[in-house]
Design a protein around this ligand. Structure first.
Ligand code: UTP
Length: 409
């Protein structure tokens, strides 16, 4: 895109201010800014203008039960052997979502590089790879691992895996790809600059993972390799069981289009997204979208009606992902602190949220599937999220849970 085209595009979008400092920039900066302007998605700005964010439109919500711990225990052998068979046949891949900014943790490197060890080094990435290797050792086969990074942390992440020799995993099975970025806007919908020649952007949420994989050219490879299922998981749960054969087998045998690991809520008020039905299709309702009645409603057996919280561990069928890949996903607008260049060219570091970011969420992909196996797991064995430095879901609570699971720190 040349300067004339950029001017035209920005004027149509009411964003001409982005070129205010253009003449003062060096050649490379100018080129980079033009590329960013070229990549701007007008649809996002329209979403902001009309505030059609995802939360606005909800269908009829109803509870969805789960394949319970007891039912899983009864069928464990059967499920596990089906899952192991699929893994041995190379039908299962794993997708590590590691493109987030991890702002709550306040660690300036990729979250996976955080050392959760106490008396020894034990990195979050290392925990995850070890968990995955439990399965690959059991199956006697490696699982392809696709790692999503962002522009902001890609280099650090790749270098770290190299330096750590992939924590013993076979590098031939590890593929990195970079997720898309989205601009931040102020309250009037004006795009912010983080430098005079750079639009303020951040990763566009974890829901863009499949589109970004396709863009990176990985779909062809996945299909050639015969990978039929992708287990998507978050970087921050250090007890995450990845490509868990029992979960995979249960989902395959259920005939469902996808599967989701869930945990029973610790108490009705727990702030967790709950897997339910929306207009008859699987869907995840956030805690703040639930009415007080939904939160406290119970089934005849005493269990909460909206009982099963998601832990960001999903199993998707590749062919179903391909079917929906051109469907628009809901865009979530989130209010955050974003440093920016003001009209005098000064960098401002706001103390409170000043801007809006656009995010796609992986949980919305569940509602794009016809059916989902809700698969219950034991919280204390499988859920130790590292979101904050202290308090709830923190380094402190995750360490405790790791210890309880026999991990030496
Ligand atoms: P979170 O919702 O916890 O976001 O991500 P975050 O950016 O990591 O952390 P905060 O909110 O700034 O503290 C859940 C999972 O989704 C990934 C994260 O890396 C994590 O595994 N994610 C999130 C992405 O891969 N890309 C994104 O744009 C956002």
């Amino acid at each position: 895109m040349d300067l004339k085209e950029a001017k035209q595009k920005l004027e149509t979008l009411g964003q001409a201010h982005l070129l205010k400092w253009f003449d003062t920039l060096g050649d490379i900066e100018q080129e980079e800014l033009l590329a960013q302007i070229d990549a701007l998605d007008p649809a996002l700005l329209e979403v902001f203008r009309s505030r059609q964010d995802a939360e606005a439109q909800r269908g009829k919500l109803e509870p969805l039960g789960a394949l319970t711990l007891a039912e899983i225990a009864e069928n464990r052998e059967h499920f596990e052997s089906a899952g192991l068979e699929a893994i041995r046949q190379g039908k299962v891949g794993a997708v590590l979502l590691a493109g987030g900014m991890g702002t709550r943790l306040g660690f300036d490197k990729p979250k996976g590089m955080f050392n959760i060890g106490v008396n020894r080094e034990l990195y979050i990435f290392e925990c995850l790879i070890h968990n995955l290797m439990d399965v690959t050792q059991q199956a006697g086969a490696f699982v392809p691992l696709y790692i999503m990074t962002s522009e902001k942390n890609d280099e650090d992440t790749r270098e770290f895996f190299e330096e750590m020799k992939y924590f013993g995993y076979n590098p031939e099975y590890v593929h990195f790809f970079i997720q898309d970025m989205a601009p931040a806007v102020d309250a009037d919908g004006k795009i912010l600059l983080e430098e005079k020649g750079r639009i303020a952007t951040s990763p566009n949420g974890n829901g863009g993972w499949f589109a970004s994989m396709v863009k990176a050219g990985l779909l062809g490879q996945i299909q050639r390799d015969g990978v039929e299922w992708l287990n998507v998981f978050a970087v921050d749960n250090v007890l995450q069981r990845i490509t868990d054969p029992c979960f995979i087998g249960a989902t395959l045998l259920s005939g469902c289009e996808c599967g989701s690991k869930v945990i029973a809520k610790a108490d009705p008020q727990e702030r967790v997204g709950v897997l339910c039905l929306e207009d008859g299709s699987p869907s995840i309702v956030e805690y703040y979208e639930m009415t007080p009645e939904m939160i406290t409603s119970r089934e005849p057996d005493g269990r909460l009606s909206y009982n099963y919280g998601v832990i960001l561990n999903y199993l998707f069928r590749v062919d179903k992902l391909v079917e929906i890949m051109n469907n628009a996903m809901p865009v979530h607008i989130v209010n955050k602190k974003v440093p920016y260049i003001d009209e005098n060219g000064e960098l401002v570091k706001p103390q409170s949220p000043n801007a809006y970011k656009f995010e796609l969420l992986v949980l919305d992909m569940i509602h794009m599937q016809k059916s989902c196996l809700s698969y219950e797991v034991e919280r204390s064995y499988e859920f130790a999220p590292v979101k904050n430095a202290e308090g709830t879901d923190s380094v402190v609570t995750a360490r405790e849970l790791l210890r309880k699971n026999g991990v030496e720190l």
